[in-house]
Design a protein around this ligand. Structure first.
Ligand code: GLY
Length: 256
């Protein structure tokens, strides 16, 4: 049975976000437009029935609005990660209290491991872990060991091109999965009902299931047609300013 989320944690973007990490070549984000888009994102989470905890901006960490990376929230425990991007490493300690408020059991990824939870995709009680530039094998090993202690499992996904695993693959419950680029027609995902996102709309591959609705970035009509044909109910959100920082919809919240 599909579980339902009741809580989300987000962090308000800081004006320093314009200096965030990016490979996108889309220009610097407009901070005020980003705040408006972030507000709409929070409203969409509330529309899906979630209670949203909004954390204060962190000026010292330009990418800290992407709260998904420094923590993994599972059904049984939370794992504080060790981000692979040096400029983001300090975000982990700064999200611990907010996550700990909701969890009795907390685990920690320790050096020399690196792991960003944008590389971790939940499918029931199994977690796929992408080996990216941000997440190393030791990070995957430590996470799998933590998961096992709570009767959950994990497996690694080799990857070459994407920033994070969930940049190119999203599980949307009910066996449905969006796949794009290097993850399209990947044998690892052959058991799922895959919807292939066209490469020219790759940003739409990061869409998020929240209680039977799909939050998806606005402006990707081919992808949205395919998703609607598959019976999915979409909430389209303007995400242009976060796309400029390689940031997807999933990166902007922890959902549990
Ligand atoms: N700008 C998001 C990241 O690179 O982590």
């Amino acid at each position: 049975m599909t579980r339902r989320f009741t809580q989300a944690i987000v962090r308000t973007p800081s004006p320093s976000m314009i200096e965030g990490l990016t490979s996108a070549d889309l220009g610097a984000p407009d901070f005020h437009l980003a705040l408006e888009q972030h507000h709409q994102y929070i409203e969409a989470l509330r529309q899906c029935g979630l209670k949203v905890t909004v954390l204060e901006p962190l000026d010292a960490y330009p990418d800290s609005c992407f709260v998904e990376d420094p923590a993994l929230c599972t059904e049984h425990c939370a794992v504080i990660t060790r981000p692979g991007a040096p400029s983001r490493r300090g975000e982990a300690a700064l999200i611990k209290a907010a996550v700990g408020f909701f969890y009795d059991y907390m685990e920690q990824i320790e050096a020399p491991a690196t792991l960003e939870a944008g590389d971790v995709m939940m499918v029931g009680s199994h977690y796929y872990i992408g080996l990216s530039d941000r997440t190393n094998q030791e990070g995957a090993n430590q996470l799998i060991a933590h998961l096992r202690r709570y009767n959950m499992t994990g497996s690694v996904v080799p990857m070459k091109e994407m920033l994070h695993l969930k940049t190119g693959v999203s599980y949307l419950e009910n066996n449905q999965m969006l796949v794009c680029g290097e993850f399209a027609r990947n044998d690892m995902f052959s058991e799922f009902d895959c919807i292939e996102i066209p490469t020219e709309e790759a940003y739409a591959a990061n869409s998020v299931w929240v209680n039977d609705k799909i939050l998806t970035p606005a402006g990707f009509s081919q992808s949205h047609r395919l998703m609607r044909e598959a019976g999915l109910e979409l909430i389209e959100l303007e995400m242009s300013e976060f796309q400029k920082l390689d940031g997807g919809l999933s990166c902007l919240s922890l959902r549990f």
